[in-house]
Design a protein around this ligand. Structure first.
Ligand SMILES: *Cc1c(COP(=O)(O)O)cnc(C)c1O
Length: 322
């Protein structure tokens, strides 16, 4: 089956579907950050999105796009993180039953949050079982739509709405810097950026330990790695998807990496100077700009702060100077 590649029109349709349901998140600025980098930085604060991350945009768009029969049957998703809660909440709002496959050792607070949004949680053993196999089997047995975390046209289109809002609000950009895991956010963002601000360069940022996207971008084909060890738990993916890679390869200008240390420094900056909680994965784009990995001097730069879900004890430990 040929893969279906979304376009900017799909981002526009997604923005109509999520209007009034997803938050139009605020855009923040910081004179201190501008002075330190020599750039004019605008931060799109998806840490203030529903469920605390941009994932709600794609999840709601994907469930809202299902046919009536499928909406009645329900949907299944696998994730230990933000996608799980996003699908569960979207299902609750749209009256679509949801089943979420989560690892047995997922933090109790995340399992509870997913159940709280009305999702039926199915636990699996991550050392002996494959979550995609389980999700596929449950989808087949119970006639549920499988909603993957990134490699799906409606997910990608939904994630692109954050950049659409950003550029509509602040105008054209020279550069947009985006966290990169499986590539749903980056693919959607680049569709919106190139349509609304054609001269805007778009760069994806991964944790250094999980550089499969950077390697894939250079190799021109999807490179798979082992599960990376990084604080950026939202970017612990082992490979880009077929659809996300195809868009990233054709439209994105570069993919770079930052070490975890730079994520911690960015987290501290956001907490101390801007009074906002950004999770490690959410700091990827900002860390690339702050650390000089991506030169930003003299440019008008959009940065997606993709989420704010970090356990408080971990946050406290990371932001406390050694
Ligand atoms: C999922 C996630 C990412 C990565 O998004 P992809 O679409 O998988 O590239 C980045 N930041 C946060 C906070 C996330 O939850």
């Amino acid at each position: 089956m040929p893969i279906s590649i979304p376009t900017y029109d799909d981002v526009v349709r997604a923005s109509e579907r999520i209007a009034g349901v997803a938050h139009r998140t605020p855009v923040a600025t910081s004179r201190t950050a501008d002075k330190q980098t020599g750039a004019s930085l605008v931060f799109k604060c998806e840490n203030f999105q529903r469920v605390g991350a941009f994932k709600f945009r794609g999840a709601y768009n994907a469930l809202a796009a299902l046919g009536e029969h499928q909406k009645g049957r329900g949907a299944v998703a696998f994730s230990s993180g933000n996608h799980a809660q996003a699908v569960a909440l979207a299902g609750q709002l749209l009256s679509v039953p949801t089943v979420i496959i989560m690892p047995q050792d997922a933090p109790a607070i995340k399992v509870a949050a997913t159940r709280g949004y009305g999702g039926e949680v199915v636990l699996y053993d991550r050392y002996t079982e494959d979550r995609e196999d389980i999700a596929r089997r449950i989808a087949r047995e119970r006639d549920l739509a499988l909603i993957p975390p990134f490699d799906h046209p409606d997910i990608i289109a939904g994630q692109g709405t954050a950049t659409k809002e950003l550029i509509e609000e602040v105008g054209a950009l020279d550069l947009l810097i985006v966290p990169l895991g499986g590539g749903g956010l980056l693919a959607g963002s680049v569709l919106a950026a190139k349509a609304l601000s054609p001269r805007c360069r778009v760069i994806g940022v991964e944790p250094a330990a999980g550089d499969d996207g950077a390697r894939s971008f250079r190799a021109g084909k999807i490179v798979t790695i082992d599960v990376p060890e990084t604080l950026a738990d939202g970017a612990q993916t082992t490979a880009l998807g077929e659809i996300t890679f195809s868009i990233i390869r054709d439209l994105v200008d570069d993919v770079v990496t930052v070490p975890d240390k730079a994520l911690v420094e960015a987290m501290r900056f956001f907490a101390e100077r801007m009074k906002i909680v950004v999770e490690p994965t959410g700091c990827l784009g900002a860390a690339a700009a702050f650390s000089g990995v991506v030169p930003v001097d003299g440019q008008r730069v959009g940065i997606i702060l993709s989420g704010g879900n970090v356990d408080l004890p971990i946050f406290a430990r990371l932001v406390t100077p050694a």
